[in-house]
Design a protein around this ligand. Structure first.
Ligand SMILES: [Zn+2]
Length: 132
């Protein structure tokens, strides 16, 4: 299946590995990330619920911050494993970063912040982060 445009909407093929771009609302924070969208997560924890995160996780070497390092502010809570960075101008949480349980440097992409993505084409695995 190819990604195609239907009446202005982009249909996202979750299995296609490609380099996608994304960022915050005001445009200060921009990044590119290379991944498929096969494994996507909707989590019920407090930060995911309030920030509206829909996530996919990638190793840090598949993620490149193109701009905005200087406007990012960090927010941490609970066990302080994840860095829930956000743009200090527009407040948008477009990605976060942290270390996986096996010690890898990871990025969590807020899929809502990717350019030209059709979230309705994706199936989200529900995660019960609230009870962690
Ligand atoms: Zn911004």
């Amino acid at each position: 299946m190819k990604t195609e445009e239907i009446k202005g909407f982009v249909v996202t093929d979750p299995n296609e590995i490609k380099t996608r771009t994304g960022g915050c609302h005001c445009g200060a924070v921009r990044y590119e990330v290379t991944m498929s969208l096969q494994f996507t997560v909707s989590c019920n924890c407090s930060i995911c619920t309030k920030a509206g995160y829909l996530l996919a996780f990638v190793p840090a070497n598949q993620f490149k911050l193109l701009s905005g390092e200087e406007v990012l502010r960090d927010y941490q809570f609970h066990k302080k494993v994840a860095h829930h960075v956000f743009c200090s101008t527009c407040g948008i949480h477009s990605f976060s970063h942290g270390t996986s349980p096996d010690g890898k440097d990871m990025r969590a992409i807020n899929l809502r912040c990717l350019d030209d993505i059709d979230l309705e084409s994706l199936t989200f695995q529900k995660i019960d982060g609230r009870s962690w």
